[in-house]
Design a protein. Structure first.
Length: 252
């Protein structure tokens, strides 16, 4: 991962939370510790999170609120109880609104649908293990299934990739947009239960703010995979497999 990728991942990190169990965050934390500039940026990020937490802890809880609600529950008429429920709902809604606004204020605009996050999420979907929505070696059946599910189906495969055997497909979700996931088998030995070892993701290019323009594929190592990203027409393609740059270039 480069510096931008590391920052993108660490923007999701919350100090003291369960995020350290995420492999991507663990890797990003390790890389940040070895880079002076990243370490400084990460320290500032954590400090902002602590300031936000401290501000929320300072919001006072009305004294005796719990006892008052309990004591009045049996005595008050239904109309009064309903009125108090509305008031409590309004308080909760206000607090939730403040939480959302504070999160948006501290988070860089547009950081939730960048190419780096999309690439990490899709690679994660492939590596975590998944159940294919449709298991088939027929490419036309795959197109028909994706079209029926309103996922991208009018994709164009590179000639070398079109020769690789397909094993099925699934429909993923990204920021409310459907992503077509096609699974291939290159012929390498697979572990029991693994449906394939090569994955292609297709999404509308407009769904990512910093999607690359048409041009040569962009290669990057993400977790255990080498990935290639390229744009063609109104689609963005992401191809991933185990290996090195030569491995994936032979498929493009």
């Amino acid at each position: 991962m480069n510096r931008d990728d590391i920052k993108t991942v660490l923007l999701l990190y919350r100090p003291g939370g369960p995020d350290v169990a995420d492999p991507q965050i663990t890797e990003a934390l390790a890389l940040a510790q070895r880079d002076v500039e990243l370490a400084r940026w990460f320290g500032e990020h954590c400090a902002r999170q602590e300031v936000l937490r401290a501000k929320f802890r300072q919001i006072p809880v009305p004294a005796g609120l719990k006892e008052q609600i309990i004591s009045e529950q049996a005595a008050q008429e239904k109309a009064i109880l309903w009125q108090r429920k509305i008031m409590l709902t309004a308080v909760v809604a206000t607090v939730m609104t403040l939480l959302v606004l504070a999160t948006l204020w501290l988070r860089p605009q547009g950081s939730d649908n960048t190419l780096a996050i999309y690439r990490n999420r899709m690679v994660g979907a492939a590596l975590r293990g998944y159940a294919m929505d449709l298991a088939t070696d027929n490419p036309e059946q795959i197109r028909a299934y994706l079209k029926q599910g309103h996922a991208p189906a009018d994709y164009v495969l590179p000639a070398p990739l079109a020769k690789i055997a397909v094993t099925g497909c699934a429909i993923q979700s990204w920021q409310g947009v459907k992503v077509s996931m096609i699974c291939f088998r290159t012929g390498k030995p697979l572990a029991p239960g693994e449906p394939g070892d090569l994955w292609l993701f297709i999404v509308d290019r407009a769904s990512l703010k910093n999607a690359p323009p048409a041009g040569p594929p962009l290669l990057a190592n993400v977790n255990q995979l080498i990935t290639a990203v390229w744009a063609q027409g109104d689609k963005l393609y992401l191809l991933g497999t185990a290996g090195d740059e030569q491995t994936i270039r032979r498929l493009l």
